[in-house]
Design a protein around this ligand. Structure first.
Ligand SMILES: [Zn+2]
Length: 289
């Protein structure tokens, strides 16, 4: 059976049709147009599925990858930064317009799944996948399957508490990982230290600035503590970094050292690797659901 994966992002919707072995048959991409609302997103997905399948009579499955999660109680989307999806019954609404079953999964879980099957985590048993970008998330796969946990929150690393009573988070708690090592959090910290409003790539280029070393030290301390906690609890075979921040080279040497020095073991050697699928992890993860 062929597979369709849809990556429903805040700015673009990407769709892919693959064969059983995830070889790409065709691929499409359109802007999300959030301002036109939920029904327009449903229509975009419907026309994308029709386009992807127009030259094929084969049967197919459909998986959708999106930020946020399905509430275990209601089945409705929650915690999504594509805000017009919040509180919507995306799964059933898509089922009704496409007349087939739909699987929906959180983007960090899709990332971990795709990387563990086709990317840097190929042939590994326990993979912890991390997305560090505008938000911070994590996903766990065991033997190539997503580990969701009892209430679907396994791997929600972005909202574990790094500093008691720390920065306020939109989730209502304080001190969440996301408020320290997401792109916006790091840019804010740079602005506080240097007085400059710069994007993360600009900050990385600005390493001669007298505030840079201090900014980097705080970043690495938080990165190290956040991932050392994961290793202490999960002891994964590897950690794979995704999202915009995965392009920061020092995370793979100095960042790794900052993690290792905080792990409760004298033999820590957990690989911390860059993803290999890049932006495509979402669509591939979705078609594997
Ligand atoms: Zn939070």
């Amino acid at each position: 059976m062929n597979r369709i994966g849809i990556d429903l992002g805040g700015t673009k919707i990407e769709g892919i049709l693959t064969d059983e072995k995830y070889a790409t048959i065709t691929r499409k991409r359109v802007p999300t147009n959030q301002e036109e609302g939920y029904s327009s997103i449903l229509e975009l997905i419907k026309s994308m599925v029709l386009e992807l399948t127009q030259e094929s009579d084969d049967k197919f499955s459909i998986g959708v990858c999106t930020p946020g999660a399905l509430s275990l109680d209601s089945g409705l989307i929650k915690n999504s930064n594509t805000q017009c999806l919040i509180g919507k019954d995306l799964q059933n609404d898509l089922k009704n317009i496409l007349h087939c079953d739909i699987s929906i999964e959180n983007d960090a879980n899709c990332f971990a799944l795709a990387e563990s099957k086709l990317g840097s985590g190929k042939n590994s048993n326990l993979v912890f996948g991390v997305i560090m970008g505008t938000g911070v998330g994590g996903g766990i796969t065991i033997n190539g399957k997503i580990h969701r946990g009892r209430t679907n929150i396994a791997g929600e690393w972005g909202h574990h508490c790094l500093h008691t009573g720390g920065n306020s988070c939109y989730c209502g708690n304080k001190g969440c990982v996301e408020t320290y090592i997401s792109g916006p959090a790091l840019e804010k910290n740079w602005s506080n230290l240097s007085g400059l409003n710069q994007s993360l790539p600009e900050i990385i280029q600005n390493s001669d600035n007298p505030n840079f070393d201090n900014w980097k030290k705080i970043f690495l301390d938080n990165f190290g503590l956040a991932l050392a906690n994961v290793i202490d609890i999960l002891d994964p075979d590897m950690i794979i970094l995704g999202g915009g921040l995965s392009n920061i080279d020092f995370l793979y040497d100095e960042g790794k050292d900052a993690v290792y020095e905080k792990v409760f073991s004298d033999t820590v050697d957990t690989p911390i690797l860059k993803n290999t699928l890049g932006d495509s992890a979402g669509v591939f993860g979705a078609c594997m659901l």
